[in-house]
Design a protein around this ligand. Structure first.
Ligand code: ADP
Ligand code: MG
Length: 633
């Protein structure tokens, strides 16, 4: 994450690395030395030679870059502006000024490069969760290796204070692990033999021996890093706009400079030299550096701020949409509710309670729906996988499986309608899993889910932010209404199959106000179509779920709904700072351009103005990082 490719338009030198910058500094000092010596020399010709030498030393890179860009079809860039401005100054005999402008410009660029590099580094370090090494257990004791060299099934040893470098299962030891690097929340969880651990977490108390279940490139850390790295390539509209803007802006400025020389000279009897010099100053002021550097940096800082909170954004294009939500659609199970179901009642018909429960647990064995996960968790007996064959899952309905040659169907009434199995109407407060054995109704299991403690509060926070909220669920109307009323959500849609959710989303997309967006928040389980189609698809509780990370645009690593307003606030702040920088830079430039055109501005002043504006914009960009509270920023 250290090689940030710089903006594409070829302006500015902020893609210089430290070595280049060092070399630059020496050249600069040399040029300044020679330049100063000229003032102690009387002979005009020698003076001239000295100035030209200093100019070449200071400006060769700029001139070279300008020529190189012209060859690549980028004519009007900053290097070009500086080159013609200083060469122009030489032509009218302003040698000391031309050299000084070039020197100041280079100093400014090097300050900018430094500021940008430092900022990028500090943002990157926020996101840097890459483990540097791993200890593997070998016959001759522990061996320190690079994480990519660890093989599947190797035993890695993690000492207190160290980062877990690959995903795996604990085989020995007990320790508290801190997940803050990946979830943004400093939650300490105790793990012991048999528990799954994720790379990126820090082992805080005891020593752990872990059998790796994934190679490094497949481990959670790598997945997250890959995602963050790719985020930079997905440019936002504003970034693309700035690139385009710089393309038309510079030629217009050059044309303006030409007119500024020609019109007064030919039509108003002005002095050519005076107006030509003003035009050159005009060119120097107009460098578009401030936007070109600060806008992408602000987005990058916004992504960094989110990442610190355990929120991963797959591109800065989503940042714009996250800042202006019209409606947020929430999946119910696992998003608004905990998704942890408690079995309330087991009501069998013609079979025993144990048998009915066993049927369901076996049928759900391969499903990762929250219902399936909860039911399996509550089951204490050993499960013999070999008994299970031909499993089928019906999204938003339930499952069918053959267990020891008996066909079991477990799911909601819709599934039973599909199979034309008659079921009684049951009036209970909770979700009902109907069960059929060989197409014969065999009873039901009543399960209930709990609303997350923060849900109600967050829905009202979102309302105060003027965002509409809608709950989508495949559950029955009764449960949906019950939940919806408790949390105070604006709109409730129940009885939905995954494709119905897509339909509602499409309708919302049509209905939304112009320039606003529709977000969908789900747990990533059977939500993939909606996640993909929403303006921004946000998945929660994605730790360890590759499918959810894959399908969504934004990933909230833990399953805290509190992160939604945080996310929107960071996005709003990012967009506000982008706008601030653009408006600030344009205002200052316009004022200085007018001053330059009227002759109130020297070329040196112009360089200061350009560098100053850029540095202020860069510093302002970094404010994006300081978002802490979600109610107000
Ligand atoms: P939600 O929209 O609330 O996330 P889903 O679309 O995931 O709900 O599921 C809708 C309904 O389908 C559930 O309430 C449940 O009745 C039924 N269902 C889905 N998957 C399963 C399963 N694996 N086992 C039993 N019932 C299921
Ligand atoms: Mg769901």
């Amino acid at each position: 994450m250290t090689n940030h490719k710089s903006h594409s338009c070829g302006c500015c030198m902020s893609d210089l690395n430290e070595n280049d910058n060092q070399k630059n500094l020496y050249e600069l000092l040399f040029a300044i030395g020679i330049y100063t010596s000229a003032f102690f020399i009387q002979d005009v010709r020698i003076k001239l030679i000295i100035f030209i030498t200093a100019y070449i030393i200071a400006g060769v890179d700029v001139i070279y870059a300008s020529l190189k860009n012209i060859k690549n079809g980028i004519i009007f860039d900053e290097n070009f502006l500086m080159t013609i401005a200083t060469l122009g100054a030489m032509c009218v005999g302003e040698y000391p000024e031309a050299v000084m402008v070039m020197i100041l410009y280079k100093i400014g660029e090097s300050l900018q490069t430094d500021a940008v590099n430092k900022s990028k580094r500090s943002i990157s370090s926020l996101m840097d969760i890459r483990p540097d090494y791993a200890y593997i257990e070998t016959e001759d004791g522990l061996k320190k290796v690079h994480p990519p060299d660890v093989k599947l099934g190797d035993i890695i040893v993690v000492k207190p204070g160290e980062k877990i470098s690959l995903d795996g299962v604990v085989t020995e030891g007990e320790s508290s692990v801190d997940t803050s690097a990946i979830t943004g929340e400093s939650v300490h969880k105790t793990v012991r033999a048999g528990d799954i651990v994720y790379s990126g977490c820090i082992c805080t108390s005891g020593l752990l021996k872990i059998r790796t279940t994934k190679v490094f490139s497949e481990s959670t850390v790598s997945k997250i890093l890959e995602l963050v790295e790719n985020a930079k390539d997905k440019k936002s509209k504003s970034e693309n706009y700035i690139t385009k803007f710089a393309k038309v802006y510079t030629p217009i400025v050059v044309l303006g400079a030409v007119l500024l020389t020609l019109i007064p000279t030919f039509f108003f009897d002005g002095s050519f030299v005076v107006w030509f010099k003003r035009a050159l100053t005009f060119l120097v002021i107009s460098c578009p550096c401030a936007f070109v550097i600060s806008v992408p940096l602000t987005f990058f800082a916004g992504i960094g701020a989110c990442s610190k909170q355990g929120i991963l954004i797959k591109g800065s294009n989503y940042m714009e949409k996250l800042a202006t939500p019209d409606t947020i659609l929430f999946d119910k199970t696992g998003t608004l509710t905990k998704g942890v179901f408690e079995i309330q009642k087991v009501c069998p018909i013609n079979v025993s309670e144990e048998e009915l429960l066993e049927y369901v647990v076996y049928a759900e064995y391969y499903s990762n729906h929250p219902i399936a996960v909860s039911v399996k968790k509550s089951y204490t007996h050993e499960i013999d996988k070999n008994k299970i064959s031909s499993i089928e899952e019906f999204s938003g309905k339930g499952v069918k499986a053959v267990i020891n040659n008996t066909e079991i169907i477990a799911g909601n009434y819709k599934l039973f309608c599909d199979f034309k199995i008659e079921i009684p109407d049951i009036n209970e407060a909770g979700t009902i899993i109907y069960v059929a054995k060989d197409k014969q109704y065999a009873g039901y299991i009543l399960i209930t889910d709990e609303i997350k403690s923060e849900t109600k509060n967050i829905i009202s926070v979102l309302k105060s932010m003027k965002i509409k909220t809608t709950m989508l669920t495949g559950d029955t109307e009764k449960i949906a209404r019950n939940t919806g009323e408790i949390i105070g959500i604006d709109e409730i849609k129940s009885h939905l199959l995954p494709q119905d959710k897509v339909e509602i989303l499409e309708y919302k997309l049509l209905q939304k106000q112009a320039n606003k967006s529709v977000l969908f928040v789900g747990d990533g389980i059977n939500d993939a179509p909606v996640l993909k189609q929403a303006d921004v698809g946000i998945s929660m509780g994605a730790l360890g779920s590759d499918a959810a990370i894959e399908a969504s645009d934004v990933v909230i690593m833990n399953d805290e709904i509190e992160k939604i307003p945080v996310l929107i606030n960071i996005a709003r702040k990012t967009m506000r700072i982008v706008k601030e920088n653009i408006i600030f830079a344009i205002t200052v430039k316009v004022i200085f351009l007018i001053l330059g055109a009227l002759g109130y501005m020297s070329m040196w002043g112009a360089v200061f103005a350009d560098v100053g504006v850029t540095c202020i914009a860069v510093i302002n960009s970094l404010r994006t990082l300081q978002t802490t509270s979600f109610i107000k920023e």
